[in-house]
Ligand binder design. Sequence first.
Ligand code: UGA
Length: 450
Amino acid sequence: MKNITVIGVGYVGLVTAACFADLGNRVVGLDIDEDRIAGLKRGEIPIYESGLEEMVTRNAGADRLSFTTSYPKALREAEFVFIAVGTPSGVDGEADLKHVRAAAESIASTMVAPLIVVNKSTVPVGTGDWVADVIRAHQPKPIPFSVVSCPEFLREGSAILDFMNPARTVLGSLDPEAAEQVAQLHLPLRAPIIISDLRTAEMIKYASNAFLAARISFINEIANICEALGADVKEVATGMGYDPRIGPHFLEAGLGYGGSCFPKDVMALAHMAAEKGRHPQLLQAVMLINDDRRRLLIEKVGELIGDLEGKVVGLLGLTYKPNTDDMREAPSLEIARRLVENGAQVRAYDPVGMMRAATIMPELIMAEDVYALAEGCDALVVCTEWNEFMHLDMERVHKAMRQPVIVDGRNIYDPVEMARLGFHYRGIGRGYGPDGQPIEEVQPGEVREQ
Ligand code: UGA
């Protein structure tokens, strides 16, 4: 059992704190947000993450997990301090490190014994060295400490599963002993542990996210070409994915990547490169292609229902992906904004994201379910691939709509089936032959094993 403090109990920090407690450590979660900490003490989880509430309650009940706003309390017995504060984008796309700096300064002024400071937040390459400088400069008297980078690879919606079953643990430090001690904390997870220097570990995180984002923009570019040439991108991705050098993941064409990580991290990496006089041409293209996804979707809606002025458009899903209530960089927001600018009335339904979305776009009219949403709509636009949208009574949806038009930004429906049901349907990069009709000779996704 080790004593661990986690600074910042947002998505990453709270999951990290709960999971380390669940592995048997004594963990203190610290945040400067008093409401958040007061809520957590009452057992209220500020985010929607599968299994998190139960894990926090169980470990708090077993006295392995507690929460505080006080640095002296949080650091009194700490052996490891994880920094998991937010690193939002600054004005030029660079990562804004004000929260990391505040955490480092507070650690420096309150630490009473030697510590290992572990950086979990995604931070620009070189930040580990800088954190060490900040701590050194703010210590009233020198107490030894080491800085280790341990980037997180958690996906929202499956963060606990990802923490407990990592593909790898990446550690970076200039102090091999400190890295070894952090490695020990991760041994129960039984994943390969890669130990490198600080900057390399920080770069592994950016390179991983940028590569995944590049795959998404790549398949979205292929989707555009498929549309022009009459091929089906879903099957193209399946065909590509069987090659073990390519693999099947992150090849779903759609509205592009959103969320709190990919947009921010690709931009930050490009910014880091440009600052050093490099031209991050691929990263620039990745971002341009991604930004264009929303515009292209509005074009599709326009192609099917004409002038948007006075039309009623319903958004199926609002969150940036399913199984989260996170609205950060959600494509739905940009789509709603563009629709409203073009004079459409926009309604929406999302299984969990409506409350958050309403605070960001109060003009959105929320419906209580998909059928209420469809009532009188000229078009429905699938923005998030929630499971419940895949099992709808589509005949009922069809009857409720003013015009039976579906633009499927996540390719969750079968174009041939939609055509059979009488919808005017457009997916992304798929299902249309040169005559503009759905391709129906082969069922989408059919694979014959030999
Ligand atoms: C991502 C990474 O997957 C995590 O490994 C990483 O730790 C995290 O960022 C982070 O840096 O904190 P996350 O943003 O939660 O996790 O979500 P993903 O499941 O990776 O999806 C990101 C975006 O890509 C979503 O908008 C999703 O809709 C989109 N996406 C994903 C596609 O458009 N196509 C795909 O094939 C896959």
